[in-house]
Ligand binder design. Sequence first.
Ligand code: S3P
Length: 435
Amino acid sequence: MSRLTITPSGPINSAISIPGDKSITHRAVIFSAMAEGTCTIRGYCDGEDCFRTINAIRALGVSIEVSKTELRVFGKGLWGFSEPQHLLDCGNSGTSMRLLTGLLSGQDFFSVLTGDRSLRQRPMGRIVTPLRQMGAMVSGRKGGELAPLAIQGVRLSGVSYTSPIASAQVKSAILIAGLLAEQPTTFHEPARSRDHTERVLQYFGVQLDHESDTTIRLHPSALTARDVAVPGDFSSAAFFIVAGLILPDSRITIRNVGLNHTRVGLLDILKTMGASIQTLNIHDDAGEPVGDIHIQSSQLEGTDIDPKDMLRAIDEFPILCVAAALAKGHTRITGMEDLRVKESDRITTMAQALGRVGVDVDEHPDGLVIHGRGQLHGAECPSHGDHRVAMAMAIAGLNALETTTITDIDCIQTSFPGFLNELQQIAPTCRVETS
Ligand code: S3P
């Protein structure tokens, strides 16, 4: 279990690119495996989570060639998969487990999905319940609430399902199962979650009707392979966006980042807090909006965050907490109970981490109130095995008065293996050391 020590940094002036989007990479791999033909995925995310999906798809008999910059997936169509000989290990990746359960529920064979200790504690009933309504035979610990999940594939029926939570993983599991069903499937969610699945499916020629902003109807059909260019991951860019804001006299440009509206809530929240951020050169790539982000250091002010904006910044909660810790006044985050069942209980882990670096925080069941202060202290912060907590506290360390140590940082590999190198390059005046 490696540790990171990081010393305070001077201003940052840099133009960088960020590795590919993790959510889009998972989907591009799964849908190109389900498509007829060969597909090249450029600029993919090389984090461990995406390799969990790649290796699971390979174990289902689909060839995938991997080079440093691209993946080549030799799709076999909806029914070309074969029974895996072993357990499919999703590691830390909730996206792999939930999306693959949708795929495997409709195949003509038996399979078992498992994951690491964190993933085996995360809720799976949210996908198992609607999949069972489609006829799926899925069992798991606690009646199917927890992995490992054992799946006996069957021919599925279309469903009309109203989800009690806004979750892109739930929506995607059901839409993937819907591709394998005999009738159309309608999915309704209480608020719009990220929509990469819908965009990749349409790009691959599947008919989807948007009945409203939160209701989608999918007509089962074959997928046509097309090459995908994956934009930079906004969730990885977020760490450098906040670094640029909180370090005085800094300017950062981040090129070629995904700017999908359902993902960039952090930009809107930070702008409300007084951040100087511009998006430039916006264009479309493989059905996704992409552009450059320019950041200039800014004095932030605390705010009450609208849960609808926070839903569009769900994975940015840890780094937003760091920004709020350095804002003038109080920042209130509410309506976010689901943060307790991410890679860690992010409400508690961030409340504790901020407390260690000297910030007053009130913890509530559904969020935090963060009382901002001018400067952070250095401290030892455990990551709790959560990649986004580790990276957020590394950015906090740039602004601290003393050295910051983060323990158990191997988890950074799950989404952003190059993070520490990138950080050292853009912040040459700080020392980034692992042991
Ligand atoms: C993801 C959806 C979100 C997000 C996760 C990735 C996806 O989870 O937090 O990191 O790729 O679909 P939920 O769908 O559970 O909100």
